[in-house]
Design a protein around this ligand. Structure first.
Ligand SMILES: Nc1ncnc2c1ncn2[C@@H]1O[C@H](COP(=O)(O)OP(=O)(O)OP(=O)(O)O)[C@@H](O)[C@H]1O
Ligand SMILES: [Mg+2]
Length: 244
């Protein structure tokens, strides 16, 4: 939803297109929880503080949470135009991260769904016992899916799924296949400014926090229709499906 090459840039065309797809899915009875990655907001600010060695400061905590609140607010406003009622839950207020686990109060979040609102959770910074920590959207999304009993988790990213060494999309991964890829595969961090480890981190948390029966799709969010297709279980080119 943002361009990681340009700080603080929202790709409005992409947010609108996903808004349209979510509106259609909602009309068909789907209910969802949305998670926002750091994109060109959180990553940019966090990497500056990390570079300066100033991550464990109130200023870093305040700045990262502030820009993620800003991104959440922009995205919420656009999604509201498409008939959704997004409610933002900042992780520092309802999560207690433990290792890779965000450890959030998902029951609290799910109550928004009773009222036909759509929870929207940004990746964020968190004041831990031993420093200011980053809670990435990758692990928030997988924990939410497992704790709330989701049928499908869609990661909308900036590449057409998980790519092999020739740059081609890997269409399907089983759990053993995922393990194998994490051990031996060609996985790197993200392009542009990135503080949470790109595709490697995404697959690692899917492997470690994922639960049996969950279907995880990784799609290119800027490709119109990709999120909707993944929700409906339609397999298309440029998408990786992981069956846990
Ligand atoms: N084998 C691979 N297949 C696909 N992408 C890969 C691979 N190895 C490394 N990557 C990198 O991972 C990036 C995707 O992860 P990235 O963290 O940048 O996006 P995101 O998690 O969707 O966004 P955000 O971190 O803002 O939430 C790709 O743009 C690519 O540069
Ligand atoms: Mg990422």
């Amino acid at each position: 939803m943002t361009s990681k090459e340009r700080p603080f840039s929202v790709r409005l065309r992409v947010v609108r297109s996903i808004g349209e797809e979510l509106r259609e899915a909602w009309r068909l009875g789907w209910r969802f929880v949305l998670v926002l990655g750091g994109g060109s907001y959180g990553h940019v600010v966090a990497s500056e503080y990390m570079r300066e060695g100033l991550m464990d400061t109130g200023e870093a905590l305040a700045s990262i949470t502030r820009v993620m609140a800003e991104l959440s607010s922009v995205v919420s406003e656009v999604l509201a135009e498409y008939g959704l009622a997004p409610v933002v839950y900042p992780p520092y207020a309802f999560c207690r991260p433990d290792g890779l686990r965000p450890n959030c109060d998902w029951e609290l979040v799910s109550r928004s769904l009773w009222y036909d609102a759509t929870p929207l959770i940004p990746g964020d910074a968190y004041p831990g016992y031993s420093g200011v920590r980053i809670v990435s959207g990758d692990e928030l999304a997988i924990e939410a899916s497992c704790r709330l009993g989701a049928d499908v988790l869609v990661y909308a990213t900036n590449v057409p799924g998980v790519l092999d060494e020739r740059g081609e999309t890997i269409p399907y991964l089983s759990r053993p296949g995922l393990h194998d890829l994490l051990e031996h595969g060609m996985l790197r961090g993200g392009s542009g400014v990135d503080v949470t480890g790109g595709m490697y981190r995404k697959l690692k948390v899917i492997s470690e926090l994922g639960c049996p029966g969950l279907r995880v799709c990784i799609v290119e969010g800027s490709r119109p229709g990709s999120v909707y297709a993944a929700l409906r279980g339609r397999v298309s080119r440029g998408m990786t499906v992981i069956e846990l």
